[in-house]
Design a protein around this ligand. Sequence first.
Ligand code: GDP
Ligand code: MG
Ligand code: K
Length: 297
Amino acid sequence: MKHTFKSGFVSIIGRPNVGKSTFLNRVIGQKIAIMSDKPQTTRNKIQGVYTEDDAQVVFIDTPGIHKPKHKLGDFMMKVAQNTLKEVDLILFMVNVEEGFGRGDEFIIEKLKETKTPVFLILNKIDKVHPEELLKIIDKYRTLYPFAEIVPISALAGNNVDNLLGVIKKYLPEGPQYYPADQVTDHPERFIIEELVREKVLHLTREEVPHSIAVAIDSIQRREGNAVYVAATVIVERDSQKGIVIGKQGKVLKEVGKRARKDIEMLLGSKVFLELWVKVQKDWRNKMSNLRDLGFRE
Ligand code: GDP
Ligand code: MG
Ligand code: K
């Protein structure tokens, strides 16, 4: 008997410090899933991928779900709202230690504009008395028709497995989008690309144009906590490929050595860096096409 595979995209929203990152780290089980809390200019990023034998949950970061303060904020808000419509499930996380605030009110208003099912995740239950928890649940019930209300402690791990089980129930049948060992679309990805690019430009002097690109093919954390990075340097001409590789691969080797050192500093882990060079004649057009489609900025 062939069992069905379920998969889908899940957005976690909530005010700062409610425990979103802690939850993700517990679920993904790897420090690498931590999102930096720096203001984000990019669109929705994959925060973590959780894979089981019969299911895959792709957690999506949805920046901008808060009261917009300026024009960009408005734009981000629209992006965020579109994301909420596109995902299969929304986890709205609150901290039971804190009262219902205006930030929560704003988020609930936004939730009313989408048909996507919403779970209310009551986090930090280790901090409140069970009776208090019941009162909180009653309060939230009146505010929005949550598909499920799930109390957890992301820090202690209470009820997190159960939550994953309930999430699976709400996912449609679907493919495995990512390899099982890919845990995240790494937030430092862009910096790593820039680090590699910088070394190429430096070591090839003026011989290759600044317009060369670096694309990360994969970032994986494996046993012993080492991080494996595979990246491709994209050039536009065969002659540039030769220059980037160098005699007996000397230049590329040096690029790898220097970039690896910087990436190790960045990630605080041992890094294995695998570099490839590819000629793609019209990559610039392709990249801008992608950007038009809303891929990374
Ligand atoms: P985020 O801003 O929503 O990503 O929140 P974080 O995951 O960074 O967590 C904010 C703080 O709350 C951290 O100090 C966490 O250790 C703490 N925290 C997260 N989950 C829990 C929990 O279940 N119980 C308790 N007591 N603290 C938690
Ligand atoms: Mg966080
Ligand atoms: K909804």
